[in-house]
Design a protein around this ligand. Sequence first.
Ligand code: SAM
Length: 286
Amino acid sequence: MEKKSRSVTAEGVAIQQTMHQILDAAPKIVDDPISPRLIDTAGETYKSVAAYFESAGRSVRSPFRAVFIMRTRYTEDCLAESLALGVRQYVILGAVLDTFAYRQPGWASAIQVFEVDHPASQEWKRECLQAAKVKIPANLTFAPIDLEITSLRDGLSAADFDFRAPSFFSLLGVTQYLTAEAIESIFGFVQSLPGGSEIVFEIIVPDDLMPAEEASVFRDAASMSAERGEPWLTRLRPIELISKLTERGFSRVTHLSPQAANDRYFRERRDDLAAWSAAQMMRAIV
Ligand SMILES: C[S@@+](CC[C@H](N)C(=O)[O-])C[C@H]1O[C@@H](n2cnc3c(N)ncnc32)[C@H](O)[C@@H]1O
């Protein structure tokens, strides 16, 4: 059955992105002037999240925030690289408050961007954009799709997606909310697209692949999300995904290990940002 209410988890992501803009040292991992405009930093929700992380201590609050900004930065770095190799469409799956389209760099004007999410969540995002007076760019299409109900082929054809163009997909902070079948169907769809198409996605790994402190924070996050009606359904193992996606026929499957993410983005920073093991990035190219 289609979800009638908007996602409540999306706001939490925008809050973490906003905290990065406000609290972390320059240079930012992601320069995002839009997220702070989409949420009320004087409101109760922002204040209670800020207070929770203040009390959680340094070893938790910065690395937790780093999960959100690292996945955004890595994805957009991959997109920039792939655009140079011919990608022409960017589909953000489970986008809700993703801000790429509204702060897009000049190079992105050459691509069509699609935001996919539950219809109710997209409706809410449009209201947030309007209230913040954020302009909807000409190269953005909203594609209201429930990934558990409608196939990407059907949902994107209704949004004038060009199935002949190499296309880039992101799936950030979403796999844990989907069934294994819905995730498989997304992989199958991307794999059916022209060579050079790809998907960059984030997974939450099982507890045995992360230190105890992270496991405890992520168990709390999962139970808070379940209480608010968005249970976590799926955790994935990088090593299993590498063989599965390779068997499916993807020509290049990459796992960004936490160590590699730290080397790439967090080395020599003047703040406590660091990659955690709980949420890890993968990339699969057709
Ligand atoms: C934690 S938010 C992540 C938002 C965004 N990708 C980001 O990183 O800021 C999870 C998102 O997945 C979306 N989502 C979850 N299940 C979905 C489904 N079955 N179909 C479409 N979107 C879904 C939610 O509506 C929500 O926007």
